[in-house]
Design a protein around this ligand. Sequence first.
Ligand SMILES: [Cu+2]
Length: 120
Amino acid sequence: MNSKSLKSVLILTAVLASASAAYASSHGSAPMIKDDAKKEMPMAASAEMAEGEIRKVDMDNKKITLKHGEIKNLDMPGMTMVFQVKDAALLEKAKVGDKVRFKAEKSGGALVVTDMQPAK
Ligand SMILES: [Cu+2]
């Protein structure tokens, strides 16, 4: 290690040490903050539902084509694409042109719709 990089390591260490000391002194009531964060977890879960519009329904292959908005849990922007569905029952009431809210997950290299409901 040359002297220049050693110096930057020392500076970084000093910055981290003072930052964690400041955190500890200004967060004496941390347990209260943590309780509030826990209460909001269910809302965060429902926010994972993405919006979409049905473009094609393929009952035989358990596939659906959706024009979808941003899917945050998959880090995916809006687009039109084919998903597999976890359960064919999800397609029973699906009609082309329907607006839906849905949940998709990555499973074995495929993107699978695990939940879908009509959007109002
Ligand atoms: Cu997509």
